[in-house]
Design a protein around this ligand. Structure first.
Ligand code: DP6
Length: 361
């Protein structure tokens, strides 16, 4: 599978104007993407739960310019106000995808975006934001070529989203999406995410994720810089191999509903991600003291209650607490009483596994 498949033929009869709106969710990786090559090609395959309540809503209004431009013409509004500081990231994204949507320079775009989760909550909005934008731009392509199939539409939306932010390619569909070439999944690709193709036990269909907002500040090291530090990392090769073998293990775990096995893989992945940061050159730490206190409390509670909760971490201090929906009452009580006091302003977000992006207009 090559990128050329996503380069369209030239179009005639471009519409004068139009509008598209999508709501796209965030996702939480179980096997982590950490390390990439040129053009957003992941160093190892990853898999994530698509979320439901943490999402970005994006509307793109487009109007044909009198003449095709050499530059992109766009305005960006975040939560109703122009946001100049977000424009360079969008500019980079548009430049990367230009070859795949060549009509973009013929339009002026007004991109309006908002998040369901609090601004600067430390929740990465790039996955939901880039996937929502990619889906709106795919709607433009569909307007020009209505014969596009749903499979191609989703694949190309994921392909484009990846060029904005790697993890964004796992936000188009749900409930489980795998991204990156992996021998265990025949149609897996480094270029886009694919819905997990195997049998998944019912317990994983509505798994809960409560996101504990431990630290809402700006990250000291961005994901992009962190990915870069996997080049020449002393443990890189072993780590990339480990991601493959953890995906192998998850196949049986997903099929049988083996919660003990799930906990082992997911927590090990989270700690390995941060171990890679601790052993990079330069090294860095994104966890905060309360991240560790929460992890220890989760382990203690699991030991004494027989609950099947576990944690995972992104590239930040926040903790995602994952647990089966049928244990929600018990686990939420524990979270409210013991973990919420360790969050900034006691804040946490209740979420669960979702089915992917939704078209609004
Ligand atoms: C730790 O997708 O944010 O969340 O491709 O540079 O935009 P870029 O990185 P990004 O990296 C996310 C890394 C992670 C793990 C994961 O989601 O798999």
């Amino acid at each position: 599978m090559t990128e050329s498949r996503f380069i369209p033929n030239s179009y005639k009869n471009l519409p004068a104007s139009g509008k598209s709106s999508w709501r796209s969710p965030s996702n939480i990786a179980l096997v982590k993407y950490w390390g990439k090559r040129e053009n957003q090609i992941p160093a190892n395959p990853s898999i994530s739960f698509t979320l439901n309540s943490c999402f970005t809503t994006t509307t793109v209004s487009y109007e044909k310019l009198k003449e095709k431009q050499h530059q992109f013409s766009f305005d960006f509004l975040f939560e109703g106000s122009p946001k100049e500081e977000f424009k360079p990231k969008i500019q980079t994204f548009l430049t990367r995808i230009q070859a795949y949507l060549p009509f973009l320079t013929e339009y002026h775009l007004v991109i309006e975006s908002s998040n369901s989760f609090p601004h600067s909550s430390g929740i990465a909005s790039s996955a939901s934001g880039m996937s929502a934008l990619a889906l709106c731009l795919m709607d433009m392509e569909k307007e020009l070529n209505p014969t596009i199939h749903l499979d191609f539409f989703n694949q190309k939306a994921s392909f484009l989203a990846r060029l904005g932010s790697g993890s964004a390619c796992r936000s188009v569909e749900g409930p489980l999406v795998q991204w990156g070439s992996y021998r265990g999944i025949e149609n897996s690709s480094d270029l886009y995410g694919v819905p997990y193709p195997y049998i998944t036990h019912a317990v994983f269909q509505d798994f809960c994720d409560t996101v504990l907002l431990v630290d809402k500040g700006e990250k000291t090291v961005s994901s992009t810089v962190g990915h870069g530090l996997m080049h020449h990392h002393p443990f890189a090769e072993q780590r990339f191999q480990q991601a493959h073998s953890n995906l192998d293990k998850l196949k049986t775990i997903f099929e049988t509903g083996d919660l003990e096995g799930f906990i082992q893989v997911v927590e090990s992945e989270a700690l390995t991600l941060h171990a890679m940061m601790l052993t990079s050159s330069p090294y860095f730490i994104l966890m905060k003291p309360n991240t560790l206190t929460i992890i220890n409390k989760i382990w203690a509670f699991r030991g004494e209650s027989n609950s099947h909760l576990c944690f995972t971490l992104d590239a930040g201090a926040n903790v995602h607490v994952l647990y089966p929906a049928e244990e929600k009452t018990v686990v939420l009580k524990f979270i409210k009483e013991e973990l919420a006091p360790l969050c900034q302003n006691g804040q946490f977000i209740e979420d669960q596994v979702g089915t992917g992006a939704i078209k609004l207009i």
